[in-house]
Design a protein around this ligand. Structure first.
Ligand code: NDP
Ligand code: OXD
Length: 305
């Protein structure tokens, strides 16, 4: 079996982990590889799929497939399979919990006070009065929503189709989105980037959040209209934004987000694919496909996720 691997992130570790899981496979890294059975890719460069008409499936080495699906040469009929969780859900939950607790306990306010040597207590608040919204109730969103709910915060989740997640008030559709936005003191974004979700959080929708709300975008930068977000922060309607993802990555030097006091920037690290378990998951799926069995994580290419 021949595998075509393309990733700029930890390529040597991927080769080693895949070779361990699939000792019979020959792994090729160049675009002049022979005809391969499966491609395993993250952000494939132009031309990668050109000479590969016989692929049985393309595996995304990450959870999001937006950049893979926009690759012109991706063969139309070939199934696209993505990594599901594989250690990412707990990382997402950690990041979101950090932001929720920071907002709830007003730690950034105390940091400001410390800079001016000010000793002043803020009144305590009730978790029950501090609702959190989670947009996207898939593999990562539902885990994150439940982790936040387990701490006693009311959680409102939003998905495209109706969902049931224990401990989470699940909503869908445009009226559901309006309800989530109206309640969320902290809004965590865990949606895929698709034609439907691009620019979803624009001036109109950001304005529906309660005054002083906090935005936490852990999914894709282009889900949020960046200029509208800056305006909402500058006008004090939003208190803060934790941003892990950006329309252009790496975030360009001189971008206003870098120095904005209302923005925390992290370099797309909210949930990193952990190579060994992801390689194991992919190897198990390849074994199933070889036996003609169905696998989970197959992307609906028309839907875009
Ligand atoms: P899933 O495909 O499992 O879940 C997607 C969720 O979004 C589903 O609940 C889906 O609804 C919902 N959704 C999709 N389209 C819409 C829409 N138009 N309106 C409302 N809801 C919608 O994805 P994952 O949870 O695995 O990952 C989510 C995203 O996180 C990835 O696409 C990726 O962009 C990002 N990510 C970011 C990382 C980082 O480090 N920053 C790391 C990993 C992922 P339904 O349930 O009805 O299908
Ligand atoms: C992913 C990511 O989609 O790391 O897996 O962004």
């Amino acid at each position: 079996m021949h595998l075509l691997l393309h990733t700029t992130e930890q390529p040597e570790q991927w080769v080693a982990a895949l070779q361990k899981e699939l000792p019979q496979a020959r792994i090729h890294r160049a675009s002049d590889a022979p005809q391969c059975d499966y491609a395993l890719v993250w952000q494939p460069p132009a031309g990668l799929f050109g000479g590969q008409p016989a692929l049985k499936a393309v595996f995304s080495l990450g959870a999001g497939v937006d950049s893979l699906l926009t690759s012109d040469e991706l063969p139309e009929a070939v199934p696209v399979v993505r990594v599901e969780d594989s250690g990412m859900a707990s990382q997402m939950a950690e990041y979101a919990l950090y932001a929720v607790l920071d907002a709830f306990r007003e730690f950034r306010c105390y940091a400001r006070q410390q800079r001016s040597h000010q000793w002043s207590a803020r009144p305590p608040r009730e978790r029950a009065d501090f609702a959190v919204g989670v947009l996207g109730l898939g593999v990562l969103g539902s885990y994150t929503a439940q982790a936040i709910g387990a701490l006693g915060f009311p959680v409102y989740g939003w998905s495209r189709t109706p969902r049931r997640v224990t401990g989470v008030t699940c909503l869908h559709g445009s009226s559901g989105l309006a309800e989530v936005l109206a309640s969320a003191r902290v809004l965590v974004v865990l949606l895929p980037l698709t034609v439907q979700t691009r620019g979803l959080l624009d001036a109109r929708r950001l304005a529906r959040l309660p005054h002083g709300a906090v935005l936490v975008n852990l999914a894709r930068g282009a889900l949020v209209a960046e200029a509208d977000l800056l305006r909402a922060l500058n006008e004090g309607r939003l208190a803060h934004a934790f941003l892990d993802v950006f329309s252009t990555e790496p975030l360009p030097p001189g971008h206003p987000f870098w120095d904005h006091p209302g923005i925390t920037v992290t370099p797309h690290v909210a949930a990193q694919t952990t190579v060994a378990p992801a390689a194991r998951q992919i190897a198990e799926k390849i074994a199933k496909l070889e036996r003609g069995e169905p696998v989970t994580g197959v992307v609906d290419r028309r839907r875009g996720y």
